[in-house]
Design a binder for this molecule. Structure first.
Ligand code: SF4
Length: 280
């Protein structure tokens, strides 16, 4: 089968850095914990856990050792708790995620209520909410219904959302007539580049595969965007998950991958697909 791979896909610098820091820390320290899965990719989490990285849900679970803060970041409360217990911190928060947290704090200091456009349950968003005193998550304009029109709003965005979604939500917020609205673009360019490349590719192929963790926000966004342009789009974690029936009658496949999908998963998938002959 002919296989085309998106010009930009797979690991981003933030994820690469987090994994490198985890490996370095595991080589130096005995007890290493990560607050939540280091990235939203089971293959990577499994590999690092085999090397000794333990994933915990809460700081309450531990009393000693080193805590690795993942690329999505942690809340001020969690960081305070780690320091209170005198645990060692290795901070792998992506610099772009840190920037969003700093902007939220600055907006609050300047008298703005910070509004983050994104997914309430995503760890990056929860970390931003927990990093500044007054941050509200908005998934749509209805989330602003109980705000007064004289409020000063400072709007930021979860790094992995798409520019179109951010623009649509901002436009809907503006129509609500708030007296002052400040907009700061906090979208990640790495994510945007993956989205552009995926959309370009999915228009040229019979079937499109988006590789990545099922909980990975940026992978789900790639799937959503590709589906809009090519309904024959499928989100999988790896080759083993592929139902070969979807290849029937297809001659050209496209492959992209989220920012937390390792190269070996992409290469393995592409190799298998190239060697596969679909039923006519
Ligand atoms: S997707 Fe962007 S914001 Fe998220 S970790 Fe990667 S570089 Fe950082």
């Amino acid at each position: 089968m002919k296989v085309l791979v998106a010009e930009k896909c797979g690991f981003c610098p933030g994820v690469r850095n987090a994994i490198k820091l985890a490996e370095k820390t595991l080589a130096q320290e005995k007890e290493v914990y990560c607050l939540g899965p280091i990235i939203h990719n089971e293959d990577v989490v499994c590999r690092l856990s085999e090397s000794g990285l333990k994933t915990i849900k809460s700081i309450e679970q531990i009393h000693s050792g080193t805590v690795l803060i993942r690329s999505h970041g942690a809340t001020s409360k969690e960081l305070d708790e780690i320091r209170r217990k005198s645990l060692k911190i290795v901070d792998a928060t992506c610099v772009l995620v840190k920037r969003v947290q700093q902007i939220a704090r600055k907006l609050n200091e300047e008298g703005y209520r910070a509004i983050i456009v994104g997914d309430k349950n995503h760890p990056e968003v929860m970390a931003v909410v927990g990093s500044a005193p007054d941050v509200r998550v908005v998934a749509g304009p209805e989330d602003l219904d109980n705000l007064r029109s004289n409020e000063k709003l400072g709007i930021i965005c979860q790094t992995t959302q798409s520019p179109d979604y951010f623009a649509e939500t901002v436009s809907a917020i503006l129509k609500k007539g708030f007296s002052e609205v400040r907009i700061i673009n906090t979208l990640c360019r790495e994510t945007m580049a993956r989205q552009e490349a995926a959309v370009k590719l999915c228009r040229q192929v019979d079937v499109m595969f988006v590789l990545g963790g099922l909980h990975s926000a940026n992978t789900k966004k790639l799937e959503e965007l590709c589906k809009k342009h090519n309904p024959q789009t499928f989100h999988l974690q790896n080759w083993e998950e592929l139902d070969k029936r979807v290849l029937s009658g297809k001659t050209t496949a496209g492959v992209t991958a989220g920012a937390s999908t390792p190269d070996w998963v992409i290469e393995d998938f592409v190799r298998h697909l190239q060697n596969y002959t679909p039923q006519p």
